[in-house]
Design a protein around this ligand. Structure first.
Ligand code: IVH
Length: 631
């Protein structure tokens, strides 16, 4: 989880994105991870497959760029594509080399790893802070983050930060062929690496590392929250590639969540941006795994009933990493007399509209979620949509966070996304200037307007994500942006797609990550006149950048539509698809006039026949590989 790149620091765009890891929680999910890899690569169940296992450090990730042996830049993860430039601060961290003179150190290398604070250093720092009347940190991770993101590098220098190297970014010449050996080379060049990293030959080896590290967790002297498994062979890593924002070749096996017992003092209903009524538990504050917890989610009304919890009950709560704390159960023996079951409201607590549970079209069952029917007339939905609109992975406007949006909305200053961009014009002629508001001044108001102006041009993926369409998260927004390239093309296609028999609908549902539910949500969104009006007003103020085609220059299959059929021998179907997409080709499931190539393996059947009927070019697997080339 990276912090938003702040304007306080310059930005660094990561040439190789900084990815995140998928999580697994059980032995069987670890087995599934290995099975998936074997299936993708077409490896037999008993073929050797080495996996490294190492602790997952609970700190913040950092990318260190070295040119000719000198540290030239250090950046936080940020949103994975762009982080904060913290070079001056990192230069003060004792265990990170500023210069490396080893003759075998490459010309260019980005070393990545985790900055963290050791447990005893954290305690000492907090005691010092308390004595000085300064801020006390909730946990070592927050202390490390706060220490690294200091404007004054002298403060960072006074904080005992440490580092483990475990990955890399741009690295034109790697020193070895395996994950393990590259990390050993890092150690040889003077980077601290984790001593508990092991190479495993089997799932049993992996689970043994997990068990033994977990047992010793409390004695390590730094916080870890699981074990990371990675395919050891870099060649296999390359073949496996990525899904969305995580590598297929690595996964985090998290330790079980920490638990505590406290009192459920109340249940509050929050209304989200899509109108969902979510019950939130207000708890008597309790420390769980080093963090004070006072809220927990109860998901929906069925969940409250299933758990049987009542206000006043003692409850067991758990917290797993960054996940919102959860209520597991109540303790019946401690239930006070006279507790009454919670009655879930049937009207929206914010706007008073009916709140209903829709019948799911596919399953015919009642939706678990009760929704306010007020739409944008419900202030809660409107304000939540605005908060989403300015959030980190959407418009990300510096100085315009949830708090400011809520205040501007309450005072009628900003009621729609477009109004964010007309704020300055209206402010100039207003009697109640923003600069005169409580907590604001001339400078902060000017900075806000500058930050808003800086976002008048925005990438298509962020723009689509910012619209807050149900089921359209960041990954889907990226996929849609890639498919449609411009907002105009996207909107036109989405309006056309409301006819389920149209080509536009077929195109939409063949986009990665878009099934019937997601497609339905997007179409419903564009169906509503008020959404189209809000977009039109917004487009008067902002420019949506077209998506640049990925750099597939040199690829002879970029832009081509390919269909694979029959049994391939050199790679699995999944691998062939991933490779084609990496080279800029589109992989379709059925043959049509639009198909450029059909790659036919052994025993190809009806698709091959169809290709011949339509005179689509048919290639053998080898011909395809020769054409795709390079890889
Ligand atoms: S590997 C492409 N190894 O976990 C894979 N990550 O959710 C890159 N982390 O942002 C990550 N310890 O901050 C890797 N031994 C370890 C790690 C580790 C902690 C963090 C890292 C990353 C997050 C992934």
């Amino acid at each position: 989880m990276g912090a938003a790149p702040s304007e306080k620091f310059g930005k660094v765009s990561h040439k190789v994105p900084m990815l995140s890891l998928g999580n697994v929680f059980s032995d069987s999910e670890v087995r599934d991870f290995l099975d998936r890899i074997r299936r993708f690569l077409g490896l037999a169940e008993d073929a050797p497959l080495e996996i490294t296992a190492e602790p997952k450090i609970d700190g913040l990730s950092l990318s260190l760029r070295y040119e000719r042996g000198r540290l030239v830049s250090a950046a936080t993860r940020g949103d994975g594509a762009e982080g904060e430039n913290v070079t001056a601060n990192v230069a003060t961290i004792a265990c990170i080399p500023n210069e490396i003179s080893a003759p075998d150190f490459p010309d260019v290398l980005e070393v990545r790893g985790e900055v963290y604070m050791a447990a005893k250093d954290f305690q000492a720092l907090n005691e010092r802070q308390k004595a000085e009347g300064s801020k006390v940190f909730a946990n070592p991770r927050n202390a490390a983050a706060g220490s690294l993101r200091q404007l004054d590098a002298a403060i960072t220098a006074s904080r005992p930060l440490k580092f483990f190297a475990y990955a890399w970014g741009e690295a034109p010449a790697l020193p070895a062929e395996t994950q393990y050996d590259v990390v050993q080379a890092f150690a040889h060049w003077g980077f601290p690496v984790n001593p508990l990293m092991k190479v495993c030959q089997s799932v049993n080896d992996m689970l043994a590392v997990y068990a033994s590290v977990e047992e010793n967790r409390a004695t390590l002297g730094y916080d870890i929250d699981g074990i990371v498994y990675k395919v050891n062979s870099l060649e296999l890593q390359r073949r496996l590639g990525f899904v969305s924002r995580s590598p297929r070749w690595a996964v985090a096996h998290k330790f079980p969540a920490e638990k505590a017992v406290t009192v459920l003092e109340g249940i509050e209903i929050q209304v989200g941006r899509t109108g969902a009524l979510t019950p939130v538990a207000r708890l008597k504050p309790v420390t769980v795994g080093g963090v004070v917890v006072q809220n927990a989610t109860l998901h929906n009304e069925d969940e409250i009933e299933r758990k049987g919890v009542c206000v006043g009950d003692w409850v067991r709560v758990q917290r797993a990493g960054d996940v919102i704390p959860q209520i597991l159960e109540y303790l019946p023996e401690k239930r006070p007399e006279g507790t009454e079951p919670f009655v879930f409201p049937e009207v929206c607590p914010v706007c008073g509209s009916h709140a209903v549970r829709e019948v799911n079209e596919k399953t015919g069952k009642l939706d678990a979620v009760r929704r306010c029917t007020g739409g944008l007339t419900c202030p809660a939905q409107a304000v939540e949509r605005l908060k989403h609109f300015v959030s980190r992975n959407a418009f990300d406007i510096e100085g315009l966070g949830e708090k400011q949006i809520a205040a501007f909305f309450a005072d009628g200053l900003v009621r729609s996304p477009a109004e964010i961009f007309t704020l300055e014009r209206r402010d100039k002629v207003s009697l109640k200037r923003i600069a005169n508001r409580e907590g604001w001044g001339k400078r902060s108001a000017d900075n806000l307007f500058k930050a808003i102006d800086a976002r008048r041009s925005i990438g298509l993926d962020r723009f689509i994500y910012a619209l807050g369409i149900r089921h359209v998260g960041e990954a889907t927004a990226k996929d849609l942006a890639k498919t449609y390239s411009t907002f105009e093309a996207f909107q036109t296609a989405m309006i056309a797609a409301s006819d389920a028999g149209s080509e536009a609908y077929a195109d939409l549902t063949s986009t990665d990550g878009v099934g019937v539910v997601v497609a339905g949500a997007i179409i419903a969104f564009f169906d509503e006149q008020h959404n189209r009006d809000a977009i039109a007003a917004l487009l008067d103020e902002v420019t949506v950048e077209a998506v640049e085609a990925p750099d597939t220059s040199g690829s002879s299959v970029a832009g081509k539509t390919v269909v694979f059929t029959g049994t391939l021998t050199k790679m699995t179907r999944a691998e062939a698809k991933a490779m084609a997409e990496r080279l800029g080709a589109k992989v379709a499931g059925s043959v049509s006039k639009k198909t450029d190539y059909v790659v036919a393996g052994a025993d190809a059947g009806s698709k091959l026949k169809k290709a011949q009927e339509l005179s689509v070019a048919v290639l053998s697997e080898d011909e395809w590989l020769a054409l795709a080339g390079g890889e």
